[in-house]
Design a protein around this ligand. Structure first.
Ligand SMILES: Cc1cc2nc3c(=O)[nH]c(=O)nc-3n(C[C@H](O)[C@H](O)[C@H](O)COP(=O)(O)O)c2cc1C
Length: 328
């Protein structure tokens, strides 16, 4: 590890580290009005939401690195106390980058970025039509820490009204694939929350997982299971008992596995297809035959089930050799 205290390196270097380590940051596209009514549009990735009752968000229009001067967003907000904050999607990322250009005070970044203004309902600053998620906000407090280049000003705002595009929902929640958000990382890097980058982690709400400490050592010593695999196994409320493993095996022998082939090559093919049910079917054969690789195949099958979010199945796979009196 490398170790730094802020006094040991320059602020830009410390800033670079923060930007790299504190990511993927959501991006707020902030619309404010100057006291004489001119639009000001700028992105800020030191941004997040904090609580809901009342709904609060905060972002940081820091002092400029080069001369410690205050950004227009800060100067506008301090006087007008209103802003509209919108989420940034992949389809508008180049435009918001353009809007971050340090144009002279008073230049309308709507004109520069090509984004479209639409009227808000409660506050004076406009909304950005291209964003599917827009929040009308009131400044509650501006906190400032330091007066040097890069010093933070934190604009703490209450959300007064949200505008959301109806086509980004699936089953009542905002679908990450539909909203297609982007986040900021180190340097010039962004990331796009879409496709394979999105995955689900089951929340242990209302349940108490058995915990890592209750996993058999045999599993913890395995070279096949990753720490994430083991944490999924530890997130179940109880380990299936022998009776349910027996029922699981009986069920497997009843099921009709169409086109099922039983050889190592087919096992690898099923693995590539994430077809852990066919892998398991073959596994039973390997265990029965005392195949030298039976333990390995058992673990691969359980791993495949885990990676498909089927922890109960994975546990039953792991416990099957025990049922046959053949510890994995
Ligand atoms: C994606 C992105 C994220 C940014 N995040 C921040 C930030 O969190 N804080 C900040 O002070 N500047 C940030 N900037 C730079 C400002 O957008 C830039 O300084 C802008 O010109 C400020 O405009 P203003 O003077 O109109 O407020 C960011 C720029 C981009 C492109």
């Amino acid at each position: 590890m490398l170790h730094y205290e802020p006094k040991e390196i320059s602020s830009p270097e410390f800033h670079k580290l923060l930007l790299g380590g504190v990511g993927l940051r959501p991006i707020a596209l902030v619309l404010t009005l100057s006291p004489d009514g001119k639009n000001n549009l700028s992105p800020f990735s030191f941004f997040n939401a904090f609580g809901v009752n009342p709904p609060m968000i905060a972002f940081s229009p820091a002092r400029r690195g080069k001369d410690a001067s205050l950004k227009d967003t800060y100067s506008n907000l301090i006087v007008t106390k209103e802003c509209v904050v919108q989420s940034v999607t992949f389809s508008m990322v180049e435009q918001i980058s353009l809007a971050s250009t340090e144009y002279p005070t008073g230049v309308d970044e709507f004109l520069k970025s090509g984004l479209t203004p639409v009227d808000s309902d409660i506050v004076k600053p406009k909304r950005v039509k291209e964003s599917p998620f827009q929040m009308e906000c009131r400044l509650v407090e501006m906190k400032s820490y330091g007066e040097s280049g890069g010093s933070a000003n934190i604009a703490i705002c209450e959300v007064l009204k949200i505008h959301v595009a109806e086509d980004i929902f699936t089953n009542g929640i905002i679908d990450p694939n539909k909203i297609d958000l982007v986040g900021r990382m180190s340097g010039n890097f962004y990331c796009r929350a879409n496709g394979k980058a999105i995955f689900e982690v089951k929340k242990p709400i209302g349940t108490k997982g058995i915990g890592y400490d209750h996993l058999p050592d045999l599993l913890k010593k395995s070279n096949i299971f990753t720490a994430n695999n083991l944490a999924k196994l530890a997130n179940v409320e109880s380990i299936p008992d022998k009776k349910s493993v027996k029922a699981f095996i009986a069920e497997l022998s009843k099921e009709n596995f169409e086109g099922f082939e039983a050889n190592e090559e087919a096992f690898c093919r099923y693995q590539r297809q994430s077809n852990y049910k066919y892998m398991m079917k073959m596994n039973i054969k390997f265990i029965n035959e005392n195949h030298p690789k039976a333990k390995y195949f058992t673990e691969l099958t359980a791993k495949c089930a885990l990676e498909n979010n089927d922890s109960d199945y994975a546990w039953k796979v792991i416990l099957t050799p025990e049922y046959f009196g053949n510890q994995p």
